[in-house]
Design a protein around this ligand. Structure first.
Ligand code: 5AD
Ligand code: SF4
Length: 485
């Protein structure tokens, strides 16, 4: 637990009214929740356990670390099996419909567990909760859910939980948008040696298929001083690698009182002593500057990996997607990046079956895949999101056509990725060791700067260390290696 937060919580007097300013207000409710949890746990004669379940992207994963941090401060013990937990919180995603369906499915199962353990609490938060039709459905058919909140007020988790302890009724708190960023909340890292760091929230791009701008709100950048301070604290606590997070990191800083570019921010992060690796996600091609390419090229710490979602290779479809670049502009950007950094690994996101996509459009996507030669690509079937402009577009592509294109795309992507991966065979590269291998406990697993996974003989003492490893054999999308003494 964070000692400074602990000290501030100690000083709080619960007989006084809750302070108005943040984060002190949340510290007050953390202390209040502690009392409730203690009472229940004394009654049951055992500690209370909480499970945080994350759906979706890295942003959500980072938010979940904050939720877990607050839960630990409150006195819950972390539990990985949700059926065994006294409190389960689902941090949801709604970027594609199947993510929503999974949440409803899991909730149904959890309801059966809750019937047997009436003191169990179930919370829902994240992107899906920002959609009014979802909350309506929950209110109608999922009455056993205890608390519901959204993406903008996640920092209020302790306060919402305290309200639930006091009211015995479903608590719903959803905000439409916010301009607020609350700093200094507790957070519990999943890995001791690496961490995500939010640099901005929301998105202003309104790609026509995407629900994110509606559920995550307008773009807001964190103050660079807060970001640097957070990274310094993380490094002092043993972190070697940070992943700077934002929906569109390339437009970082534009709305700050003293504007600052993403490239400038990276230069500052690079100066932090003890930090070894810097990653970031996600880059929008339309905003990726030559300044950024230059900073990456000269940096010793920025990893040789760039995730550059293309979404489609067809200029017509890109226009309908409101991506604001053409196929040629994207390819020329890739050229500039590869010229500056020949060994960089490029990955991407691709959507197939966007409304109106013809076979000729799809061929353009395949052409981009063949020209860029991605090291890996996330391929998605277009999913209609209520409220987005694309949902109202005509010419939705029939399922069987989409499925066929998806299969062809996946085959091509995998073939190229395996060829690209094998290029490193025989080289020696630095690996940040992340964990023991899940199948074989004589091996450890780590990542190269270019994000490829490597398994090699090692021991648990190596976890969190940077080790030079010879890449012996490529297995399609990962390596088997050997530590170099
Ligand atoms: N359907 C399918 N894929 C989508 N993505 C975003 N919205 C949709 C949608 N409606 C994909 C994009 C984005 C990634 C995070 O999810 O490729 O880059
Ligand atoms: Fe969605 Fe486009 Fe924003 Fe990415 S940039 S979150 S795809 S609207």
């Amino acid at each position: 637990m964070n000692k400074e937060i602990e000290r501030l919580i100690d000083e709080i007097d619960l007989l006084q009214a809750a302070p108005a300013e943040e984060p002190m207000r949340q510290y007050y409710f953390i202390k209040k929740c502690r009392q409730y949890v203690k009472e229940i746990s004394e009654k049951l004669g055992r500690p209370l356990r909480a499970a945080t379940v994350t759906f979706g992207c890295q942003m959500n994963a980072r938010d979940s670390e904050k939720l877990t941090g607050i839960l630990e401060e409150i006195g819950y013990v972390e539990e990985s099996v949700e059926e065994k937990a006294d409190f389960v919180i689902y941090n949801t995603c709604t970027v594609r419909e199947n993510a929503n369906q999974r949440v409803y499915g899991r909730l149904g199962q959890l309801n059966r567990v809750k019937r047997k353990n009436p003191h169990m609490l179930i919370g829902l938060c994240g992107c899906m909760m920002q959609e009014p039709h979802v909350v309506e459905k929950l209110k109608k058919s999922y009455r056993f859910v205890d608390l519901i909140f959204g993406t903008h007020n996640i920092y209020k988790f302790a306060e919402i939980l305290a309200t639930r302890f006091e009211s015995e009724r479903m608590v719903i708190d959803i905000w439409k948008d916010t301009d607020k960023i609350v700093e200094d909340l507790p957070s519990e890292r999943k890995y001791p040696f690496k961490s995500g760091v939010n640099i901005m929230f929301g998105c202003n791009n309104f790609c026509s298929y995407c629900i994110v701008p509606y559920v995550r709100g307008r773009e807001r950048s964190r103050n660079p001083r807060d970001i640097l301070r957070e990274i310094e604290t993380l490094v002092a606590d043993g972190v070697k690698e940070v992943m700077l997070l934002g929906q569109n990191v390339n437009s970082y800083g534009k709305t700050l009182e003293e504007p600052m570019s993403f490239a400038e921010l990276l230069r500052e992060v690079e100066k932090i002593e003890g930090l070894e690796r810097i990653r970031f996600m996600t880059s929008h091609p339309k905003d990726l500057s030559d300044e950024l390419i230059e900073v990456m090229k000269t940096s010793r710490k920025i990893c040789r990996h760039l995730h550059l979602p293309v979404q489609s290779g067809s200029t017509d479809i890109l226009k309908k997607m409101n991506r604001r670049y053409t196929k040629e502009q994207y390819l020329s950007l890739v050229d500039r990046i590869k010229t500056a950094m020949p060994n960089i690994s490029l990955t991407t996101d691709i959507i197939v079956g966007f409304p109106g996509e013809t076979e000729a459009d799809f061929q353009e996507t395949l052409d981009v895949v063949q020209k860029v030669r991605y090291d890996s690509a996330f391929t998605f079937i277009y999913s209609k999101r209520t409220g987005t402009p694309a949902a109202a577009m005509e010419n939705q592509v029939p399922q069987e056509v989409v499925k066929d294109r998806f299969d062809r795309l996946l085959k091509e992507v995998q073939k190229i990725a395996a060829e690209e991966c094998s290029k490193h065979e025989g080289t020696t590269q630095t690996v940040l060791v992340e964990q023991m291998n899940e199948q074989d406990d004589t091996l450890v697993t780590g990542r190269l700067s270019n994000n490829l996974l490597v398994h090699f003989p090692g021991t648990k003492e190596m976890i969190g260390q940077l080790v030079d490893v010879k890449l012996i054999s490529c297995k399609g999308f990962y390596y088997i290696g050997e530590a170099v003494k």
